[in-house]
Write a protein that binds this ligand. Sequence first.
Ligand SMILES: NC(=O)c1ccc[n+]([C@@H]2O[C@H](COP(=O)([O-])OP(=O)(O)OC[C@H]3O[C@@H](n4cnc5c(N)ncnc54)[C@H](O)[C@@H]3O)[C@@H](O)[C@H]2O)c1
Ligand SMILES: O=C(O)[C@H](O)COP(=O)(O)O
Length: 595
Amino acid sequence: MAAHLLSAPSLKSNPAKTPSLSWRPSLPSSFAPLPLPRRAAARSVVVLAVDAKPTVLVAEKLGAAGLDLLKTFANVDCSYDLTQEELCTKISLCDALIVRSGTKVSREVFESSGGRLKVVGRAGVGIDNVDLSAATEHGCLVVNAPTANTVAAAEHGIALLTAMARNVAQADASVKAGKWQRNKYVGVSLVGKTLAIMGFGKVGSEVARRAKGLGMHVVAHDPYAPADRAHAIGVDLVSFEEAISTADFISLHMPLTPATSKILNDESFAKMKKGVRIVNVARGGVIDEDALVRALDAGTVAQAALDVFTEEPPAKDSKLILHENVTATPHLGASTTEAQEGVAIEIAEAVVGALKGELAATAVNAPMVPAEVLSELAPFVVVAEKLGRLAVQLVAGGSGVKSVKVTYASARAPDDLDTRLLRAMIIKGLIEPISSAFVNLVNADFTAKQRGLRITEERILLDGSPENPLEYIQVQIANVESKFASAISETGEVKVEGRVKDGKPHLTRVGSFNVDVSLEGSLILCRQVDQPGMIGKVGSILGSENVNVSFMSVGRIAPRKHAVMAIGVDEEPEKETLKKIGDIPAIEEFVFLKL
Ligand SMILES: NC(=O)c1ccc[n+]([C@@H]2O[C@H](COP(=O)([O-])OP(=O)(O)OC[C@H]3O[C@@H](n4cnc5c(N)ncnc54)[C@H](O)[C@@H]3O)[C@@H](O)[C@H]2O)c1
Ligand SMILES: O=C(O)[C@H](O)COP(=O)(O)O
């Protein structure tokens, strides 16, 4: 599935002219990384220059097909069982890291990467072993492989359920120990019993389907699952209390989050039917393991079958593991040949796609951005970043940029226009010229917040055809002074507006002056008294200094009154040249801005 979603746009074909998807600060476009918006299933990412072969560190065993795929694109370093220290040392030489659940990708790992690590690929579902906040803060994309092991995990859940009910593991050990204890290992039947599925997502619903086939009555608790999806397979969604208090069997399938941590604890065990049986193929941390031992000792819980543990591997003398009513497996839920091949391909595709700058369908810390949305927004992405860059350069030193209003004018209904990518690019444009920060779609909002930059977005709904996603974008910075007074609008903000014309980004308004200048190269803005010959005077100064003018436009309030002249230049003029322009008597103020 990921393959289709990753076969994205042609954006990387000309990095100098298109929005760079790379997160690598040294791309020729000069504005590094970034990525994208939403709608169905794709998200963003990015990479490395075409010239360098990236290095991917595979820190846990990965299926051969996935490794082969990685090797077609990258140098692959398979180093297993690294200590945290070794991982931190190696990571500064890697562009991507692939792990399963056995590697902790801690903040320290991101800090040790020196900014080189662009993608972490989790070859599986659970990302609780990856410090997502640290990844986001470091602009590192995290992708996972959420679908390929679903059936394997569900099958393992059913295997544990049936094995537990019939004491398969204990009886097997007993027979191997030379015993024949038929009375001791009398089991319980599943048919007609109530199974509560806690977490009705991909794995939970597959377990439910299979349990229905075994003749069980299945209920589920999941605050976020749609009831009709449950009804479609004959499952009722019930409250947490109802689920745990009516079940003969409880099977856990929620992610480990602060909300689900130790969700089964002394209090919840006390509410369960005496003799309940529990299966956990989700994460060990969703059960308070000490409380489970107490519940097993008290007989409240008759049996537990566990694939996952708070600490993996668990201590050898763990009371839980050694409990005679516990069946344990070493986190084998995803471990089928088929699932591991599938996961390896799924993650390799996601990581390679990300490194190439394509969309990632399974990004966990960046908004989803389908390819078609990206391609239609691409020219506006350039406008957005350049407006941000212009606006911040117009602010007078010492003003402090705190509050930015972005207005999108469009004939599209608000829910049909995803502006996250544009917002990210405006933030990038606002922050990068005045700091050493490296901003991309992953860390844009975080970086803005960290700097106390408040971005508000507004929509102007236009009449007309919604074919064009946007008519124009306005960026306004409030409560600041400008080094070019004419950039201050009637309402007192630094204001710039841009739109796409013939596929090219154009600046169309500065303050209250309409202009029309292509946003390429650099820009000189002059306020002058409108009079004949001004264009010629400025043009000849620039020409005599060998500065090529790419575009010129004059916006005026009325003939012979004030006007703003916008001049696009290919080269950066010398200070002396700019001074000569400023010395033209009719020029009241001017500013040079780098795009
Ligand atoms: N043992 C293994 O090898 C193995 C294999 C695959 C998945 N897993 C684990 O299984 C779990 C489920 O995986 P999935 O692919 O089905 O994920 P999923 O995201 O498709 O489903 C998780 C479901 O849990 C629900 N949920 C979230 N908070 C909840 C709460 N407080 N109470 C009840 N439900 C809640 C979500 O709404 C979602 O529907 C994850 O923890 C995953 O890491 C383990
Ligand atoms: O979250 C998952 O995908 C499973 O727990 C599998 O983990 P693993 O990749 O370590 O087997």
